[in-house]
Design a protein around this ligand. Sequence first.
Ligand code: SAM
Ligand code: MG
Length: 346
Amino acid sequence: MDPSSNKHRRAESKKYIEREKERTKEKKERMGSNSISKMAARHLRILSGCNGALLSVRFFSDSTLAQEPIASTAIDSASVSPSINTAENHSQLNNNKKHSAPSSLKHAELAKFSAIADTWWDAEGPYKPLHALNPTRLAFIRSTLCRHFRKDPYSARPFEGLNIVDVGCGGGILSEPLARMGATVTGIDAVEKNIKIARLHADLDPETSTIEYCCTTAEKLVEEQRKFDAVIASEVIEHVADPAEFCKSLSALTVSEGATVISTINRSMRAYATAIIAAEHILHWLPKGTHQWSSFLTPEELVLILQRASIDVKEMAGFVYNPLTGRWSLSDDISVNFIAFGTKNS
Ligand SMILES: C[S@@+](CC[C@H](N)C(=O)[O-])C[C@H]1O[C@@H](n2cnc3c(N)ncnc32)[C@H](O)[C@@H]1O
Ligand SMILES: [Mg+2]
C-alpha cells in the first residue's frame, strides 16, 4: 500500500487507536486490583475502642470520587504572615525547598497556628475542642494499635516497645498521653512556637519529658530516612498543601506492616454547618477562618489517597459531639469528624 495514500493513513490511525485502547485497558486492569471501587464496595469492620461494639461503614461507589476532585491548594508564599517569618522558620522553610519531595507547608495555615501557639494548654481556649476530643481519639488509637501490634489494651502502658511519630503535634495534646501509654514518641510540627510550648509542657512530667520534639515536616523526616511503627496525623491533613503528597510522606515514614492513623473533617454539608458555621461563627469555639471547607477530604478520598500511598485503611470511625454532656464519642457516623486506621503494605 502506498504510504502516502489516504487508505494507508486511515489504516495507521486505526492501528494507533487500537493500541491506545489496549494500553488503557491494561492500565485499568492494573489499577483494578487495588482500586477504590473494590475498596469502596466492601464493608469495613470497625471495632469501637470504647464499647467494643461492631460498627460497619459502607463506602460509596467511586463515581462520587470521579466527580469530586481531591482538595489541594498550592503554597502561596505571599500569604505567609510576618508572625511565621521568624529566622528559625525561614531557615526551616528554605531547607524544605531543597528537598525533592514537595513541601506540605501551607504558609497561611501555619500563620494561624503560630498566632495562637501560647494557648495550646488552655483547656478553655481555642484548643478546647481538641482537649475534649482527646480521650475519644485515644480510645480509637489504643484499640486499633493494640489489635494490630498484639498489645494488651488493658495494660497501663500498652504501647511499650512502639515507636510512634505524631505529625503536626501542635502543643503535644496527643503526644503526651501516647508517651504515658509507653510509646517512644517523636512529635513534629512545622511551627517553631508550637514545638517550644510542647517541649516546655512535656518537661513538666518525667513520663513525657522523653518525647523527642522537633520543628520539621514529614517530608523532611523521610529525607532523613526515619521510620516508625506507627504514624499519626490527627487534625492536620486539612491544613497541608497537598494531602496526597502528605500521605505519601506518612507512608514512607511507616515501617512495612506498620500503622497509620489519620483524623480529619469530612467535606460534607453537615461539616460546613457544624465545624465551620457553628464552631467558628456561632459558638466561637475556634477562631474564624480556622478551617476551609474546600480543604476537607471525604472518607472515600482519604481511603483512595492512602491506598495510592500503599496504606490500606482497615478501620474507620466517626467522632460525634453531644452538646448536652460536652463529650465526644466514637460512632459509625462519619459525616463530620472521622478517624481512619490503616496498615502499610509490605
Ligand atoms: C489542628 S492542629 C492539630 C494538633 C495536634 N495534632 C492535635 O490534634 O492535638 C494542626 C497542627 O498541624 C501543624 N501543621 C500544619 N501543617 C503542617 C505540616 N505541613 N507539617 C507539619 N505540621 C503541620 C500546625 O502547626 C498545627 O500545630
Ligand atoms: Mg483542623
